[in-house]
Each structure stands twice: as structure tokens, then as C-alpha cells.
Design a protein around this ligand. Structure first.
Ligand code: AMP
Length: 281
């Protein structure tokens, strides 16, 4: 069945209230739209855990920096709704900016976890993400909300925000969905030229190579990090924003791999910034 489309907070609340009255549990999948199979997988996960799934589609202006791609971010609502029908999404919440941000003075920020990786390179980004996610959780009031492991730092920050602020929701983090050649699916992949698209899978290949070296016994994080940087620098047209090996839970740099680690990268191919990561057990 075609999902219900809600444009206002009042409409979402009414639909969720009706579902709850019918003893359905509520799932929520926050997205910025331009949906791909990675997003659809999150909806499937939500649908396995709950009966009534709300997908939110909102290109959130407060998480974009002044020189980022807010204006040109793809907006494909009709196609998104068609795809959501395939995975039995029950309701799409696609608010206008004014519906989400009437004059407001409050923001939410999680300390420390935003100090590395994307944090310093995208000032204010995680504040924007946390604020909009908390608003969406308060609007939908889901039992379960699903996020993707592709945005590893974002997922950790949201888990922490929910814990610290006692938000009554279970956060599920679903694995990264990839193209057949390994490239992590992303709404931004459509910006890539054919040449850039052909080189892009080397980002994931570099991460896998590092993980294999670690599994084979290399425990020196600096050596792994330098090998990772070397592999990424060899991609034609690539500019490394960062390529770091950090503690998997605190996201702080580590010297020796004596605990679970995360290799996380952000790479520009032309003007497109792609992120990816891999956990190192
Ligand atoms: P976005 O629309 O890019 O803001 O992403 C919305 C949600 O989808 C976030 O929780 C992302 O982590 C998740 N997501 C994006 N790409 C993927 C992917 N390739 N695999 C799994 N989840 C993803």
C-alpha cells in the first residue's frame, strides 16, 4: 500500500496516535531523501522490529555548512515515496523547513564525540543533526529508530544523546549497504562523474586492505593509518579530508590496536565528499 504522506507535525501525531490505539509499535527512519537501497534496508529493519514505520524525509538546513551542498542536495520525493511503498513503509513525514523550524532558540550538542573526524571539518554539523533528530524523535515518539553504520560518528553521537537525555527509544544501527563493487551507497554518489564513479570503490578497498593487515597482526595504528592514507592518495582525483584509525567507542585516536577500532575516512572526489568506515575487531 502507498504510505500516508504527512506534511505537518499534527498529521504525524494523529497517524501515530491511531496506530498506537491499534496496539502497533512505532518505528522511525530519519533520512534526507534521495533514497537508495541503504535507506530501504533501514526501513526493512524498522519493519522487522515494529508494525508502523515512519520514514522522515527532510533536507535539514542546520546540518549543512555555508559552503556545502544544501541548495543542490537532490530532492526526489515522488520517487522516494514509490520506493518506500516497496518496503511497506506506513507513513512518510516530509515537512517544509518552516514546519520544523519556526523561530527556535534551542539546539542540542553531544560533547567530545564530535571533536574528531567529521566534527572539526564540518563545524556545527553534529549540532544540526542532534537537534533535528531529537525533534523528529519527539514528533514521532517511536519505540525504535534505525540509523546506518555508514555514518559511524553520527550513529555513536545519537546513541549517546538518547542515553544522556533519557529519550525513551531504542536505537538500532544497521550495517552499511554497498554497491556490488563495494562503494557505500550514498545520495551523494549521483554527483560523481563516470570517471569518479569508476575510482570510488577504491575507498572501500583501501579500508578493507587496512582491516586485513590488522587482522594479520599489525597493531601499530600509525603504520596502518599511513598505509591507508597512501592507498587513498593513489586514487586519481582524490583529496583526503581525513583518514583515521580511532577507538571504536570514544572515537579518540589510538596508538596500539588493543581494543576494537574504527577506520574512518572522508575523501573528496572532485567536489563530492564521500565518507566510509570499517570496524577493526
Ligand atoms: P541520509 O539520508 O544520508 O541523511 O541518511 C539517512 C540514514 O540512512 C542515516 O542513518 C544513514 O546512516 C543511513 N544510510 C545512508 N547510506 C547508507 C548505506 N549505504 N547503508 C546503510 N545506511 C545508510
Amino acid at each position: 500500500m502507498k504510505p500516508i504522506i504527512a506534511r505537518t507535525i499534527a498529521e504525524v501525531r494523529a497517524a501515530v496516535r491511531a496506530a498506537r490505539a491499534d496496539e502497533q509499535r512505532i518505528g522511525c527512519v530519519p533520512t534526507m531523501g534521495a533514497l537508495h537501497d541503504g535507506h530501504l534496508e533501514l526501513v526493512r529493519v524498522a519493519k522487522r522490529n515494529t508494525e508502523f514505520v515512519v520514514t522522515t524525509i527532510f533536507v535539514n538546513p542546520t546540518q549543512f555548512g555555508p559552503n556545502e551542498d544544501f541548495a543542490r542536495y537532490p530532492r526526489t520525493l515522488d520517487a522516494d515515496v514509490t520506493r518506500l511503498e516497496e518496503v511497506d513503509c506506513d507513513l512518510v513525514f516530509a515537512p517544509a523547513v518552516d514546519e520544523m523550524y519556526p523561530e527556535s532558540l534551542t539546539t542540542v550538542e553531544v560533547a567530545k564525540l564530535g571533536d574528531q573526524l567529521c566534527g572539526p571539518r564540518r563545524p556545527g554539523h553534529f549540532r544540526g543533526v542532534c537537534t533535528v533528530v531529537l525533534k523528529l524523535l519527539n514528533i514521532v515518539q517511536p519505540d525504535v529508530a534505525v540509523f546506518g553504520a555508514k555514518d559511524a560518528q553520527q550513529a555513536r553521537i545519537i546513541v549517546r544523546m538518547v542515553r544522556d537525555l533519557n529519550v525513551p527509544v531504542e536505537i538500532v544501527v544497521a550495517p552499511t549497504v554497498r554497491e556490488a563493487d563495494g562503494l557505500a551507497m550514498s545520495s551523494r554518489n549521483r554527483y560523481l562523474s563516470p570517471e569518479e564513479r569508476a575510482e570510488a570503490p577504491r575507498i572501500h578497498a583501501a579500508l578493507r586492505a587496512i582491516r586485513n593487515r590488522a587482522i594479520a597482526g599489525e597493531t601499530d595504528a600509525a603504520r596502518l593509518e599511513s598505509a591507508l592514507n597512501h592507498e587513498l592518495a593513489a586514487i586519481p582525483g582524490a583529496r583526503i579530508d581525513y583518514a583515521s584509525i580511532v577507538d571504536d567507542s570514544t572515537l579518540k585516536p589510538i596508538a596500539i590496536l588493543d581494543r576494537p577500532a574504527l577506520a574512518a575516512v572522508a575523501v573528496f572526489l572532485g567536489s563530492t565528499r564521500l565518507i566510509d568506515n570499517i570496524t577493526i575487531p
